[in-house]
Write a protein of this length. Sequence first.
Length: 131
Amino acid sequence: MIKYFVGAAFLIAGLSTAAAETHSRDVAARKASVVNGHVYYNQNQCTSGPIAQVKVKVAPKHGSVEIRRTTYNPPKGQRCYGKKFNAVVVIYTPKKGYRGKDTFKTRYSMPKYVQGSQMNYFTDTYKINVK
């Protein structure tokens, strides 16, 4: 089983969307690493928002990407501490013996408004440095 720390990797929003980004990450060779996460919840009411639908758009050449559903627990001292929210993490695993640079893209979607029928689509680019 893969062990990973997800708290720092999350994008937290009070039921709002975030712009697509380029993420640069250093990861260890021979190890799966969480490189990003998506969780949406209302910070005033501590209620869950929509779960982002994440797919690999362009696969990495020197590794693999896994999209996994998980839960996010806000850290102690933050509003909603003790609550669990559905989340999605992006996990990158380099090929055995590989060290160097790699890139991939994901596309994620979520409702534009909680009660609306429109969708927002974002493409994130990942620049990975396997050490």
